[in-house]
Design a protein around this ligand. Structure first.
Ligand SMILES: CC(C)(COP(=O)(O)OP(=O)(O)OC[C@H]1O[C@@H](n2cnc3c(N)ncnc32)[C@H](O)[C@@H]1OP(=O)(O)O)[C@@H](O)C(=O)NCCC(=O)NCCS
Length: 342
């Protein structure tokens, strides 16, 4: 076992943490000072709980942070956080550093009044997250909607007849009026009051959340879509276009809709926004059986077979005050925008 020491970190450790994060993932935006300042050190929802392992020479060799996010538990506002940027220096891996950093960070969340920590570990980090105390809520399912059915049929090797049938299945009737807009709509608090009433446990996606997550972020590779009925805002969505499943896809990060008509309008607008950037399809992540999954399916998304998903995504939770099993058993809402790096 290497001689490392563990401690809570703060803004004074920023450069050391960013050096580790930059070395862990190529092109990691978190290597940039503007990102950690925005997300960790000047987070409007509270103080970030960051823990590190230090080598004897003072280098940061492992890290994990809980970034505060606005949250509801059992429908009531509370303090929550999202686990981000778990990393261990390659020379120190396989020695339990990530597990120990994680367990200490989770325990410290209790001192910061955090009642739920959400985490979406990749397959390499899932074991450590579990050993540190997190429990699985659900695997998250990818849902897709083709914008270019011929590409989709070729990529997923559908026989011609099946492709034609799939194309027909993806067809949905028109929904609410929709538009691609420069910035999130001003009435997001009103929309959240209606659409958010269905969310018992999860991130509060009100105007403050959208502003921080999508407008204040140092880089903003996002397009926004709104749906309206007789002028009233009935849906809001955010999308970013990136390589997935072997092609360019519009990754739907937010998808707030009051009902099925609003969801269909949003989907049409998202298709236009993503196609304008050369996307061949839309993709959306949802907990199977969740309202988000049902709305998306009703608006023409189809669940991608598990074998076609590039990497399984888990949604795990921790109760820093001890009842993690109780927390994991609740009905949770999530959207891809909860993943800070998209
Ligand atoms: C994922 C990561 C943080 C784990 O860090 P770690 O300090 O090695 O974690 P632990 O020692 O607590 O657990 C190590 C895991 O790797 C395995 N392992 C064993 N020897 C190893 C080695 N020499 N190198 C890497 N992994 C090893 C262990 O069996 C264990 O697997 P399991 O969790 O499936 O049981 C680290 O591999 C990493 O930085 N990866 C790249 C960044 C990343 O993917 N971060 C997660 C973002 S969600």
């Amino acid at each position: 076992m290497s001689e490392v020491s563990y401690r809570a970190a703060g803004a004074a450790d920023d450069a050391g943490i960013r050096a580790l994060l930059g070395a862990t993932f190529p092109d990691n935006v978190k290597a940039q000072e503007a990102f950690t300042r925005w997300q960790y050190w000047e987070n409007p929802f509270g103080a970030t709980v960051s823990w590190i392992a230090e080598a004897p020479d003072g280098r940061v060799v492992a890290h994990w942070a809980a970034v505060p996010v606005p949250m509801v538990l059992d429908g009531r506002r509370t303090r929550g956080a999202k686990g981000v940027d778990g990393a261990t220096d390659p020379a120190f891996r396989g020695q339990g550093l990530f597990t120990t950093v994680g367990a200490r960070m989770m325990a410290d969340c209790a001192n910061h009044g955090i009642h739920a920590l959400l985490t979406h570990p990749n397959p390499d980090a899932a074991g450590g997250a579990e050993r540190a105390g997190a429990q699985l809520v659900s695997q998250v399912a990818a849902h897709v909607r083709p914008l270019d059915p011929a590409w989709m049929a070729g990529r997923f090797r559908l026989p011609r007849r099946a492709a034609a049938l799939a194309g027909a299945a993806f067809h949905v009737s028109a929904g609410d009026d929709h538009a691609v807009v420069e910035a999130p709509a001003p009435e997001l608090d009103d929309l959240w009051a209606v659409a958010g009433a269905h969310v018992s446990n999860g991130v509060v996606r009100d105007a403050t959340w959208w502003r921080w997550r999508y407008v204040d972020r140092p880089e903003r590779p996002y397009a926004f879509v709104e749906a309206r009925r007789s002028g009233r805002l009935t849906g809001a969505a955010a999308v970013t276009v990136a390589e997935r499943f072997g092609g360019r896809f519009g990754l739907v990060l937010e998808y707030l809709a009051v009902d099925a008509g609003a969801a269909r309008g949003l989907t049409a607008g998202l298709g236009a926004a993503a196609a304008a950037q050369g996307a061949v399809g839309l993709a959306l992540a949802a907990i199977p059986g969740s309202r988000l999954g049902r709305l998306a399916t009703g608006a023409g998304f189809r669940r991608l077979p598990r074998r076609l998903e590039p990497r399984p995504l888990r949604f795990m939770v921790v109760d820093p005050h001890g009842d993690t099993a109780g927390l994991a058993a609740r009905t949770w809402s999530m959207a891809w925008g909860d993943l800070d790096h998209l």
